[in-house]
Write a protein that binds this ligand. Structure first.
Ligand code: RFL
Length: 396
């Protein structure tokens, strides 16, 4: 930081980003007795209000149970029961306890997970610095990394550390700070568009997905009076193509519910239906966690769960390295995580293809539509097919 004297300090691990990945990791490291400092670019209210995912799968819930944090994260959050599909208006239900052989997830909206982890971390004395600007990891390829940043008053800081955890999402600084040759990125364009809205509208009884000739739609609970809706749209669509009235008309049509209550729309976002995976998920002493390493479409609800799963693997590995001097689990971190990442990418892609192609024939043609219908019907007629689906639903 040119010309100015930085405030210098040190810790074991600097965690960049306070989303689901960073806050899970920070709390697990505290449980493990490993020192860390979390640097977050945004303010506390911004972090607490960001609403995205809604389900912590069975494996994700198990992470908090195994680290003694079940009361903090899961208390009062309902278990999954059923999933509803509406195929051109005809209702079909999948029973989640049967599918997953009792391995149930919990309905935990992302802002509840983040809010609870944040409060617990700060209440137990955790060090989290909001509004940290110009966060820059340095020297991560060598034995003595540092992370520099400017605090909310513009004062420069430098933190020496043993390891850096890049938990700063897809648009963060960690991944792009690494040498280009260090990582391979695998990307895939799903060839469809999705519009998602958050609305003050009553949630559905069960998570609901609609397969129709007019395109895919979904309706998910996000609290006692809040819903997230998804609508398949053309990839190039913009907000001008989707005034509120068209959104509600299309939702009522696709969900086959002329009485679907509307409500104020709080957020209207076009989801980029692209997937990305970097390999390996580390370089030197910097480890990428969650969306910083991989982006998955919201179909299947695995983005937040992968962030929690990565954080769990990394927390175990950092504990072994810092407390026992054993760096082997850190060396295995990327391969361990990528096995789950690719399985979930496959699950998400499989579901996306099935639920879209089984509806609108113009998407992939009549032959593929019938293949997708066969795949879908098998979930209701074949125990092994349903259980394979349920296994991934539960987190693999
Ligand atoms: P996040 O949540 O993006 O958090 C990253 C944090 O890092 C901060 N940051 C920085 N801090 C310091 N310096 C910098 N230079 C920084 N740059 C960024 C950011 O401010 C932020 O606080 O990543 P993380 O922690 O890896 O968590 C990933 C999940 O948030 C993500 O996978 C899910 O939200 C994806 N997702 C869904 N996942 C599910 O499991 N189920 C769902 O139903 C689901 N629905 C969704 C979703 C994502 C959506 N978006 C993003 C389009 C619905 C939507 C609409």
């Amino acid at each position: 930081m040119s010309g100015e004297t930085s405030r210098r300090e040190s810790t074991e691990v600097v965690v960049i980003g306070a989303g689901p990945a960073g806050l899970t990791l920070a709390n697990l490291l505290r449980q493990a007795g490993v020192g860390c400092v979390v640097l977050e670019r945004q303010s506390r209210p911004y972090v607490e209000q960001r609403q995205r995912a809604g389900i912590l799968d069975h494996r994700g819930a198990g992470v908090f149970e195994s680290w003694g944090l079940a009361d903090v994260v899961l208390a009062g959050m309902p278990q999954e029961t059923k999933v509803e599909f509406r195929v051109d208006g005809e209702q079909r239900f999948l029973d989640v306890p049967t599918l997953t052989e009792g391995r149930l997830g919990r309905l935990v909206p992302q802002q509840v997970l983040v809010g609870r982890l944040l409060a617990h971390y700060l209440e137990t004395g955790g060090d989290l610095r909001f509004e940290a600007a110009e966060v820059t990891p340095r020297g991560v390829g060598g034995p003595s990394p540092t992370v520099t940043y400017r605090d909310a008053d513009g004062i420069p800081h430098e933190i020496a550390c043993s390891y850096v955890a890049g938990c700063d999402g897809h648009h963060g600084v960690s991944r792009v700070s690494l040498p280009e040759h260090a990582l391979t990125t695998y990307s895939y364009d799903h060839g469809i568009g999705w519009l998602t809205i958050l609305a003050d509208a009553p949630p559905p009884r069960y998570p609901l997905m609609a397969i129709t000739t007019h395109g895919f739609a979904a309706h998910f609970p996000r609290g006692p009076r809040a819903s997230r809706f998804y609508l398949q749209c053309a990839p190039a669509d913009t907000a001008a193509d989707w005034p509120d009235e068209r959104i509600w008309t299309q939702l009522r049509l696709r969900l086959a519910d002329g009485d679907l209550p509307g409500g104020p729309i709080g957020e209207k976002v076009f989801v980029e239906m692209r997937s990305h995976v970097v390999d390996p998920m580390h370089y030197g002493r910097l480890f990428l966690v969650g969306d910083a390493a991989h982006i998955i479409t919201p179909m299947g609800g695995k983005g937040m769960n992968l962030a929690v799963a990565d954080a769990d693997v990394l927390a175990h590995a950092l504990r072994a390295a810092v407390r026992d001097g054993d760096e082997e689990p850190l060396a295995a971190y990327s391969a361990t995580c990528l096995e789950r990442v690719w399985n979930h990418q496959e699950f998400s892609r499989w579901m996306t293809e099935m639920t879209h192609e089984a509806g609108d024939e113009t998407l992939a043609g009549p032959f593929r539509r019938r293949l997708a219908r066969a795949r879908f019907d098998r979930l209701f007629t074949s125990g092994p097919a349903a259980r394979a689906f349920g296994d991934l639903m539960a987190g693999g």
